[in-house]
Design a protein around this ligand. Structure first.
Ligand code: 6GU
Length: 250
């Protein structure tokens, strides 16, 4: 998969060299290019923003740098054999980013990220590229960040770990909270590892019982308990048929 990020803060994307995404790059599973938007400004001050038409607070990112940047990055990608780009525009006004969208994006050969600072990018840029490729305007949650760069890191990590061969164990994401169908979309319960005794704390006996049926039942009870406490909306959204009699006894 090829990833391009156009940003006024290329250093903000340094974490893409680290950990899972960094390793995927080193192995050649991800081909990442970070570009400085100011490369595509031609005035003395490298201006990327201006005041909004219609008035109001803040600044709007200008059409020309974004248009020239995206054209240039697209031309380079096509020349080097990439195809079918999708444009991802992180914005608090976008559709919620979900595991389902992460799965969809992980199936594409080429993602182009356009994170904005300030009040956003002039609408004409998004409308223009939407005539040429799928555009996903996505929000990573109901809070406001100073810019979309942190969201690019979030989305990239969620997508990269779904690529074939990136996670060591292909089973690792089967039971993920939010994986389509996994544990009927319940949150995952608590986990434990050695030592069996730490300070005055042990681990639940059932996990040492070797009884796989009881362990599975315990894990599901814990998942239900945690989901009810932290995300009652997920329980509401479940098809009632996913609950069995023992669930209802909780
Ligand atoms: Cl994607 N961008 C910004 N600036 N703020 C956000 C966001 C994105 N998602 C939630 N808040």
């Amino acid at each position: 998969m090829r990833l391009d990020v156009v940003t006024i803060f290329p250093e903000y994307l340094e974490p893409l060299n680290v950990s899972l995404v960094g390793k995927a790059r080193a192995r050649g599973q991800l081909n990442v290019h970070v570009h400085d938007l100011r490369q595509w400004t031609y005035d003395r001050h490298s201006t990327v923003d201006d005041t909004p038409y219609g008035g109001g607070p803040g600044m709007v990112m200008k059409t020309e740098p974004w248009g020239d940047a995206l054209d240039s990055v697209l031309a380079d990608g096509y020349e080097t054999g990439s195809h079918e780009p999708a444009l991802v525009v992180p914005t608090p006004s976008g559709r919620p980013f979900t595991q389902e969208l992460a799965v969809e994006l992980s199936g594409r050969p080429w993602l182009l990220f356009a994170p904005a600072r300030y009040e956003g990018i002039d609408r004409r840029v998004i409308d223009e590229y939407a005539t040429r490729m799928p555009v996903h305007e996505v929000s990573i949650g109901d809070y406001v960040l100073a810019g979309g760069e942190a969201a690019v890191l979030v989305i990239t990590e969620a997508v990269a770990r779904l690529l074939p061969g990136v996670l060591g164990n292909a089973e690792s994401h089967r039971d993920d909270s939010f994986a389509p169908g996994a544990m009927a979309s319940l949150l995952e319960g608590p986990v434990y590892t050695k030592p069996p005794q730490w300070r005055d704390r042990g681990i639940p006996d059932v996990l040492l019982s070797g009884h796989h049926g009881k362990i599975a039942r315990w894990r599901r009870d814990e998942a239900l308990r945690r989901t009810t406490a932290n995300r009652p909306d997920l329980i509401e959204r479940c098809d009632p048929s996913v609950f069995d009699k023992k669930d209802r006894e909780m």
